[in-house]
Design a protein around this ligand. Structure first.
Ligand code: ATP
Ligand code: MG
Length: 394
């Protein structure tokens, strides 16, 4: 009996027209994820099978649990399709487990098989009952659920399903630009964008010496964690000091944050367009801070035409924190290095900014020139290959 990992596809099965493209993308993403293992993968319209040879199955499963587009991961046993093989191997497998109650569930994809699903379940169940003493069938709450899947070439027997991440394969939708700060929200936004099939690059606004090398390294570390979910991330580090100082010196403190964010959006749009990113993604959450009221969002968003998605817009902070813990970014996010926003925060930022006032204030500074200079001096970092110099490591 051959032991394999069976992959059940996620939501992509609902996309009838694009199903081939989806499966192909998922296949490539799984291959990339397992590139350091010499495993063999075959795919069809409803399932993928991975022959993991002698590798540690838990290690491979942990990797697969970072791949979007997978509904569930199953350790299964491939057996011949004739009924006797199914019956005998089912008994063999279940005999190795201690249990009191069980149930057999059959899924017959091959309609030419001589018995229907109910009959297979009943007959195999009867065979097991007859062969193992002191056990019972319990259809509602069994200790053990034995699955039999009868497919055109072979049958597959398995017990537990391990939940996958769901979503669409990362990259199927093309690429977006994530505004990545060192906080909790934006890495979660990036992860959720990956979940809808979006590949990400990241942009970070760096304001040395007001922000530290540690703050910058923290952002690189967060981006490195995000690469787990399928994106080969380029991080664009924008030198933002000149713009920020100019805002600080020339603009009414209540409008400083609003104007600063309008500058970030302007720069992000250009960087997105220069790098084939179709949208901007950020970690704004409605009402969280003054710049995230609906009126603020309106005033800030009005400088750009590119779609901006805010995957955590409607989540509570606690919900965002839960996700950040689950995806492994939380511990890095809470490291205490300030980013550029926290240093220049005025006491009373406007919560209902007026667009005309924004324009009036912006006319006090030569922002177009400063934006061009900032863009010309962007540092591009390929996050996966990036090596921290020894005492920078977080
Ligand atoms: P986060 O927890 O992600 O830092 P936040 O609650 O601190 O978010 P803000 O500082 O107002 O909120 O920023 C809102 C969003 O703007 C962030 O989630 C991020 O997407 C983007 N952003 C803020 N600062 C920067 C920065 N220095 N570089 C890149 N993006 C930034
Ligand atoms: Mg922040």
């Amino acid at each position: 009996m051959e032991k394999l990992i069976m992959i059940k596809y996620g939501e992509l099965t609902t996309k009838k027209d694009n199903i081939k493209v989806f499966i192909e993308k998922l296949y490539r993403n799984i291959k990339d994820k397992l590139s350091s293992y010499d495993v063999y993968i075959v795919k069809d319209k409803v399932r993928m099978f991975i022959d993991i040879k002698n590798y540690d199955e838990n290690e491979i499963i942990a990797k697969l649990q970072e791949v979007f587009g997978i509904h569930s991961i199953v350790i299964c046993y491939k057996v011949n399709k004739d009924f006797d093989s199914i019956k005998n191997e089912s008994l063999n497998l279940i005999s190795n487990i201690k249990f009191n109650t069980f149930k057999v569930e059959t899924n017959r994809a091959d309609k030419t098989f001589p018995y229907n699903s109910m009959e297979v379940s009943k007959l195999v169940g009867a065979h097991i009952l007859k062969s193992i003493p002191n056990i019972k069938v319990d259809v509602h709450n069994p200790d053990i659920l034995l699955h039999i899947e009868i497919r055109p070439d072979y049958s597959y027997i398995y017990f537990d399903e391990i939940k996958g991440l769901g979503g669409y394969p990362t990259g199927i939708q093309g690429k977006g630009l994530l505004m990545l700060s060192g906080g909790i929200d934006s890495p979660v936004a990036g992860y959720l964008a990956n979940k809808r099939g979006i590949n990400i690059d990241c942009i970070y606004f760096d304001s040395p010496p007001h922000t530290s090398i540690e703050a910058r390294n923290k952002v690189i570390s967060l981006a490195k964690i995000l690469t787990k979910y399928g994106s080969d991330i380029n991080l664009y580090v924008v030198p933002f000091t000149e713009i920020q100082e100019s805002i600080y010196k020339n603009i009414d403190p209540t409008y400083m944050i609003t104007i600063m964010r309008r500058m970030m959006y302007r720069i992000s749009e250009k960087v997105a367009k220069n790098n084939k990113c179709k949208i901007i993604i950020n970690g704004e959450s409605i009402g969280q801070v003054a710049s995230q009221t609906l009126t603020s969002m309106y005033a800030i968003n009005s400088v750009t035409n590119i779609p901006v998605i805010r995957p955590v817009a409607c989540l509570d902070k606690l919900e965002i924190i839960d996700i950040s813990k689950k995806i492994g970014t939380y511990d890095t996010s809470i490291m205490p290095f300030e980013d550029c926003c926290t240093i220049f925060v005025p006491k009373h930022p406007v919560i209902n900014p007026n667009i005309n006032k924004c324009i009036e204030y912006e006319n006090l500074i030569d922002y177009e020139k400063m934006i061009d200079t900032a863009i010309n001096n962007i540092e591009k970092i390929n996050v996966k290959d990036y090596k921290f110099v020894s005492n920078d490591i977080l």
